[in-house]
Design a protein around this ligand. Sequence first.
Ligand SMILES: [Zn+2]
Length: 334
Amino acid sequence: MATPLTSSLATLAPLILAAIMMCSGLAHAELERFEHSPKPDNSLSFLVVGDWGRKGLYNQTEVAVQMGIIGEMMDIDFVASTGDNFYDNGLTGVDDPAFDESFSKIYTAPSLQKQWYNVLGNHDYRGDVEAQLSPILRALDSRWLCSRSFIVNAEIVDILFVDTNPFVDEYFTKPGGYNYDWRAVLPREKYLSNLLKDVDSALKESRAKWKIVVGHHTIKTAGIHGNTEELVKQLLPILEENNVDLYINGHDHCLEHISTADSPIQFLTSGGGSKAWRGVMKWPANPDEVKFYYDGQGFMSVKITPAQVDVAFYDVSGSVLHTWSRTKEIFSIV
Ligand SMILES: [Zn+2]
């Protein structure tokens, strides 16, 4: 029988081991993990919206209304945001009324009262980033969950949310008069190399049937910002090596689906949460790669079962613009 002393030693053992590993430099910071169980029928549904926080303007409210309707129809489990959550310059602090005016008071439909998993966009980094990460916001609206990089384990799918902002050279070399809040990101090289290691090991450890990565910036796009070459060089090889199925981003204020012969990954942009219609499209060298491009407002849905993933894009009136599906063998080992 365990004495109080031995049982308390047993309790302390993992902590002591962790302390020893940290002191010896063996510890490797892992991405924060959140568990999100699928429904009893082993399916999972969620909506993706990006580039949205404009106090309801530029059709943000209209998109939110349609998200509520589609969310109800699909009985969604959560919402994912691809970043640029608050325009123009993120939040000024945890008491910024924009949180209420652009989030809580906009996404009011019953079906949207679910967990929101949010990454940061470049506009968010122009404000007080720590505010968006603060538990104070979660206390104000329990749906809110924003972190720099994290994993949602949903059994049939692992979704990695990756902070893509520090990859972009231009924000450091030509900030264009903007003040980016790089606290906790510097030194940049170390932050990026740790992040890439964490993403790689999380994907390698994943036993989920499907793997999805969400970030703010484009990897492949026909939109105005073009491909983010830093991500093409540094992140994409890791995603390809680890059999990621979908890469989902915002940043370009459009809806699009790109699929190329040289990558098995589907590149999906959902950045139509409010202001859109830039009127600019940059066709890639091979126009056949662009399966769908819509230069307007809207959002995306994803439904996943162990055997199938279904993606759909919707415009501001809730009309389906484009769909894509893929199946996998249920009993395959990988
Ligand atoms: Zn952006």
